[in-house]
Design a protein around this ligand. Structure first.
Ligand SMILES: Cc1cc2nc3c(=O)[nH]c(=O)nc-3n(C[C@H](O)[C@H](O)[C@H](O)COP(=O)(O)O)c2cc1C
Length: 194
């Protein structure tokens, strides 16, 4: 019986034709063996209010349960005004509270992102990495996947059409799965290392 790695892919965009959600759909087609990817969006998660953190509404409860159950996380990060989208930051804040129920703690995590500009969400991704410190997450450093000029690389429905970007997803997923297996003590040899 293989030791499956369950990845939860979290899209930081609510947009119906989101290229970041499309990037997660493309990732689902590039998984290493014995790996599963479930994609979630952040629809229905209300603005975080600390008054409600002990009794959050159902969409928050099920979101936190999915994060808790995942072996690893993969964020698809839109860049809004040089940082992560508000809905993504909001969901991260909800998941971190109350402190005794921080669902992010100890999770292996990778990220990728698509944006219209020439930075390909690089600035947003660095901001997200900063939050991983206090959340006590275990981020993958490399490879970085920052998809520039997304209008040319996705169709009108947000499906990835660019084969070079697709090829860059494979090593990201392979490294995330190896990292996850290393952290949980599976017998594994790091990708690309003797
Ligand atoms: C409020 C807002 C701010 C944005 N700021 C940036 C930005 O700082 N850098 C950038 O490259 N694109 C920026 N964009 C454009 C996004 O990259 C673009 O809308 C992208 O397609 C969003 O991801 P999605 O396709 O997954 O929804 C911004 C878009 C919005 C709506």
């Amino acid at each position: 019986m293989p030791n499956i790695v369950k990845i939860l892919g979290i899209s930081g965009s609510l947009r119906k034709r989101s290229t970041n959600t499309g990037l997660l759909r493309a990732a689902a087609g590039e998984l290493p063996p014995d790996t599963e990817l479930e994609i979630v969006t952040l629809h229905g998660i209300p603005p975080f209010n600390p008054d409600d953190e002990l009794a959050p509404v159902e969409p928050v409860r099920s979101f936190k349960a999915k994060v808790r159950a995942a072996d690893a996380l993969l964020f698809a990060v839109p860049e809004y005004n040089y940082s992560v989208s508000g809905v993504l930051k909001n969901a991260i804040d909800y998941g971190s509270r109350p402190p005794a129920d921080n669902v992010w703690t100890g999770k292996p995590v990778a990220m990728m992102g698509a944006s219209v500009g020439m930075m390909g969400t690089g600035r947003a991704q660095l901001h997200l990495r900063q939050s991983f410190v206090t959340l006590n997450m275990h981020p993958l450093s490399q490879p970085e996947v920052q998809v520039t000029f997304n209008a040319k690389k996705f169709d009108a429905d947000g499906n990835l059409t660019d084969p070079e970007v697709r090829a860059r997803l494979r090593p990201l997923l392979a490294e995330l799965v190896t990292w996850t297996r290393l952290l949980r003590g599976d017998s594994v040899r790091p990708v690309g290392r003797p």
